[in-house]
Design a protein around this ligand. Structure first.
Ligand code: ASP
Length: 268
């Protein structure tokens, strides 16, 4: 059943990722929740106001979203923080996947997206197939996230081929963060393309006018807030997410952080 959250203090695990959770720029040192801003930070604030709880934002210590080590059966990243009861909620650009849903619970989605390609403007590369049939341009993805897992687990031959190419590439084409991937594309003079989620690509191409999304989305999925299994808070949070969605509040937040804040709308 759903629990009374009033005056409880929940620990929220998250990850630095534009524009979901970013360090606030400030001349004076900031502490606690005040250090951070972004879409996910606003979202947790809205949910907490509605349900009357307090919260403490904690960056995930290993900087990972969450992947299962199939040999040890252990999770890392935000998923592990939930399983080890160091956090009550994971609020980030955390993709709802079948594998993660076996270990933790997800709320109703708050944003939809798909894997796509970030690359430079004005090249003959127009799709994932174009990338797959050549070897001169390297391409990669965030290490240990759902994007890499999409290629690893795909039954589609083009994507299987792309996964083999990525796995065998030296130096590694995998990155520790989306930011590192974006930088490799931006500095790579066309030598590197980055497989990234469409929402993050949209954020980057609003600000770096040399970069573009190549082709459409390779899949469709959603972000959700994750909780430990059978969390008493999930039902209450589901209701708030639906309410925020129906009121248009989620749309307003998206526009704020994608188009308005921190240099948005530059490339039109
Ligand atoms: N949002 C993804 C995740 O949850 C990150 C990625 O792999 O693109 O793992």
């Amino acid at each position: 059943g759903s629990a009374n959250l009033k005056n409880k203090t929940l620990v929220v695990t998250t990850i630095l990722s534009n524009p979901y959770c970013m360090r606030k720029e400030s001349a004076i040192p900031l502490s606690g929740n005040d250090q951070f801003e972004g879409y996910a930070v606003d979202l947790i604030h809205e949910i907490s106001k509605s349900l009357g709880f307090n919260y403490k934002i904690q960056l995930v210590p290993d900087g990972s979203y969450g992947s299962l080590n199939k040999l040890t059966g252990e999770w890392n990243g935000m998923i592990r923080e939930l399983l080890e009861q160091r956090a009550d909620l994971a609020i980030a650009d955390l993709t709802i996947t079948f594998e993660r849903e076996q270990a933790v619970d997800f709320t109703t989605p708050f944003m939809n997206l798909g894997v796509s390609i970030l690359y430079r403007k004005g090249t003959p590369i127009e799709s994932a197939e174009d990338l797959a049939k050549q070897t001169r341009i390297k391409y990669g993805a965030l290490k240990g996230g759902s994007t890499a897992a999409f290629f690893r687990d795909s039954k589609i031959s083009t994507y299987q081929r792309m996964w083999s190419f990525m796995e065998s590439a030296r130096p590694s084409v995998f990155t520790a963060s989306n930011g590192e991937g974006v930088e490799r594309v931006a500095k790579g003079k066309g030598s590197y393309a980055f497989l990234m989620e469409s929402t993050s690509i949209e954020y980057v191409t609003e600000r770096n006018c040399e970069l573009t999304q190549v082709g459409g989305m390779l899949d469709t999925k959603s972000y959700g807030i994750a909780t430990p299994p059978n969390s008493p808070y999930r039902t209450a949070i589901n209701s708030v997410i639906l309410k925020l969605q129906e009121e248009g509040k989620l749309h307003i937040l998206k526009t704020k952080w994608w188009k308005e804040k921190r240099g948005g709308g530059k490339c039109r």
